[in-house]
Design a protein around this ligand. Sequence first.
Ligand SMILES: [Zn+2]
Ligand SMILES: [Zn+2]
Length: 349
Amino acid sequence: MKALVFNGPRDIRYESYADPELRSANSAILKVESCSICGSDLHMYHGAHIGKREYSADAPGFCCGHEFIGEVVETGGEVHTFKVGDKVLSAGGTGCGTCAACLTGKPRSCSKSTAFGIGPTLEGGQAEFVNVPNADATLMSREGLTDEQALLLTDGMATAYFGLTRAEPQPGGTVAVIGLGPIGIIGVELAFALGAARVFAIDPVVSRRKMAQALGAEVFVPGPDLKAQILEATGGAGVQSVFEASGAKGAINSVLPLVGKRGNASFIGIPEPDDALPLPLIMFKNVTVRGGICDVQNMWPHLVPLIQSGRIKAAGLFSHDFKLSEGAEAYRLFDSREDDVIKLRIDVG
Ligand SMILES: [Zn+2]
Ligand SMILES: [Zn+2]
């Protein structure tokens, strides 16, 4: 098959790769129809880190990508929910499917939990075919969803819901979203849907701020004046719920100064090993801090009804279309932020 393969920093190549085989009885093989690139994929693109993995030039090659939708073409004997021909989307990561954590619906707590396409352990779906272990718990039918909605449910929208709700937004409350990539933009829309009175949206890119503004947010440019501007906007109180949705160092460092007393801060961006938070600010403002990776599957019951009722539109997020063979250019453009790129759809066909 053809796939987008990690060959080193800034070196994602469209090339031939071994076809996936069913690796366990609870696995399914998908023929991928379309996929996308996530902000967290840029950590490997930059030769940086995801957890303990580091992405130097001599890191082993693997198929990239954890955001993909497709059709089931083969199932193992222990797959009971899906059959050949089913149109599905996949969660961006999974667990083994047989341990206590997996069986009680907490795949991120599985000792074998991993995202697709961040290393050779679990090959990714920016490829013509992909093996999905623990298929019953990792796949979902995409009947009634558009391809774009299905792609967003593989990770981005789920992570936005997870990250935002862990900042405990209150009806009538104030929310700040830092970083207006697709996750941050959806975070703004979700914050209003969950009843926030005011949402402050912060990003250096003007087109991204405009998208947040169109959703009703008050927008700000990151920088040395940000804290004073937010304090002024909130009458000196600071923000009750701050959601950091980028993982950029400057964005991470800007969070705690914006949080009000007894507020909440939530982080979902992938940090670098030396990223840290200021304990005195957490301590003396009584801030609750949460960070983590989303159990994508557990967000679907909340999000599918919000999508189907039109409460969450995630409109205009897919700015560019590519073919799988154009994957190297897709990564370059997504990383560059040129041409008002926000989210890509890669047609695998
Ligand atoms: Zn992702
Ligand atoms: Zn498990």
